[in-house]
Ligand binder design. Structure first.
Ligand code: ATP
Ligand code: ATP
Ligand code: MG
Ligand code: MG
Ligand code: MG
Ligand code: MG
Length: 233
């Protein structure tokens, strides 16, 4: 007949939890490399910022944006990337587990697939992994504040790392000595102005389904959002 045959085991599907993301909210998936402190060491990342690794991360983010539906912007730094799905997305009926697993698995396979294009002389020594989480933001302001939070995190870490590695590489301190020195100087460090040129930040913006363009710019101020009103449409 027309009806699909169902086995007596079908009832176990009812054990699946409903993880629908709240309607009309921005859905954000953030992924982060698993134990990349070690991964960076094992693959001879230059310190504080290995640009091959940063560009590979952005390539993977572009691939995710081009392969998956409804992502309007992505922001990345260090071993993490955040992907924002448009408010009205109904991809997989807004199931959080579908958003997250598709983003993370596509990103991880791309990382391995494109590795050689960025690390020509450095073999990939073991398969990297990434964790993922989903957070929903109810307003444009909370979404902008989320992205600002990640870029501020980038600046703070980068300021610390730049000074730390200068103490190790240029002043000959051991890593422990450099760490102790920075603990003592913590108060003055906080007063240092953030450098205008900030390494370690990466972002991707897309306007069409097939094109994702890397930009390297400030997203904490208003200028970016004024220049790109279509992102939050
Ligand atoms: P976890 O599994 O908890 O995320 P983790 O070791 O990955 O542990 P993170 O807080 O995610 O810890 O930090 C990522 C680390 O990866 C950085 O501290 C840095 O050592 C390294 N790293 C990531 N990207 C780069 C890069 N482009 N250049 C140099 N080092 C990097
Ligand atoms: P979705 O993205 O919704 O999962 P899908 O095309 O992956 O779509 P599935 O229901 O997961 O749909 O079915 C997987 C399909 O992949 C099968 O219908 C079959 O066509 C193909 N497939 C998977 N493994 C094999 C295999 N070992 N040999 C031949 N075909 C396979
Ligand atoms: Mg971490
Ligand atoms: Mg990590
Ligand atoms: Mg991290
Ligand atoms: Mg399938």
């Amino acid at each position: 007949g027309a009806a699909m045959a169902k086995s007596k085991f079908e009832y176990v599907r009812d054990f699946e939890a409903d993880d629908t993301c709240l309607a009309h909210c921005w859905v954000v998936v953030r992924l982060d490399g698993r134990n990349f402190h070690r991964f960076a060491e094992k693959h001879n990342f230059t310190k504080p910022n290995d640009s091959r690794a940063l560009h590979l991360m952005t390539k993977c983010a572009q691939t995710v944006m081009e392969e998956l539906e409804d992502i309007v912007i992505a922001y990345g730094q260090s071993d993490e990337y955040s992907f924002v799905f448009k408010r009205k997305s109904n991809w997989f009926k807004r199931r959080a587990s579908k958003f997250m697993t598709h983003v993370v698995s596509q990103f991880a396979s791309s990382y391995v697939f494109y590795w050689r294009d960025y690390f020509e002389d450095q073999p990939l020594r073991y398969p990297p992994g990434f964790d993922g989480r989903v957070v929903v933001y109810p307003s444009n302001q909370t979404l902008k504040d989320y992205l600002s939070w990640r870029q501020a995190d980038c600046h703070i870490n980068n300021l610390y790392n730049t000074v730390f590695w200068a103490l190790v590489q240029q002043s000959g301190l051991t890593p422990i000595q450099a760490q102790e020195r920075l603990q003592v100087d913590e108060v003055t460090t906080k007063e240092v102005r953030l450098p205008a040129e900030m390494e370690g930040k990466k972002m991707v913006v897309t306007r069409t389904r097939t094109k994702a363009v890397p930009l390297h710019c400030d997203i904490i101020g208003d200028a970016f959002w004024k220049e790109h009103p279509e992102i939050l449409d």
